[in-house]
Design a protein around this ligand. Structure first.
Ligand code: BTN
Length: 177
């Protein structure tokens, strides 16, 4: 695939992640981390672009965020990395690599397996790393932090299902299957 096409794909995916950040966050009250839609963009980057280009799209998003308020609610990268959600956003960077690694372990393209792999990498991994960092950030014990993150699982599971369906629809067209 030519370089220009890859660059356009990466830039488009970064744009999609930024656009998803325009949707308002839903605060939960009992935890200083809101429900957002932007993490579905991270799952889409991993599914549609694979390890290298997906990671690049997320990295580009973080670089743009150094200068512009691209995160949900209008935060910038440095503000986010200094706050309670830093763990989740750090974990976002790992999602494309984790998904690619899981795909090598289980190289089947059945929808349910695709969904399970994106759920493990884009939901479980992110929420666990996010919760561990949140416990550290708030000086709280780990278990309550992990338990409070269960609040994200239903919504994140729906996002993973939507991302899987989009992936099934478009991966072939992007030459990834
Ligand atoms: C930020 O904009 O500061 C990042 C927000 C991170 C929110 C995390 S992502 C995983 C989990 N699912 C959600 O809907 N919210 C949290």
């Amino acid at each position: 695939m030519n370089r220009t096409k890859s660059l356009v794909q990466v830039a488009l995916m970064t744009t999609i992640i930024i656009i998803l950040g325009l949707l308002p966050a839903i605060p939960l009250g009992f935890i200083p981390v809101p429900i957002v839609l932007q993490n579905m963009g991270i799952m889409l980057a991993a599914i549609l672009l694979g390890a290298k280009k997906g990671s690049l799209a997320i990295l580009l998003f973080l670089i743009v965020g150094l200068f512009l308020p691209v995160f949900t609610g209008g935060s910038t990268t440095l503000v986010v990395f200094a706050g309670p959600t830093a763990g989740y956003v750090f974990a976002w960077l790992l999602v494309p690599l984790a998904l690619a690694g899981l795909r090598q372990l289980l190289p089947f393209s059945q929808p349910l397996i695709s969904f399970a792999l994106i759920w493990l990498s884009g939901v479980l991994l992110v929420d666990v790393i996010g919760a561990v960092y949140l416990a550290h950030y708030t000086n709280a014990p780990l278990l309550p932090s992990l338990l409070s993150n269960l609040a994200f699982i239903p919504g994140d599971t729906i996002k993973a299902a939507i991302a899987t369906l989009v992936g099934i629809r478009y991966r072939k067209q992007l030459g990834l299957d």
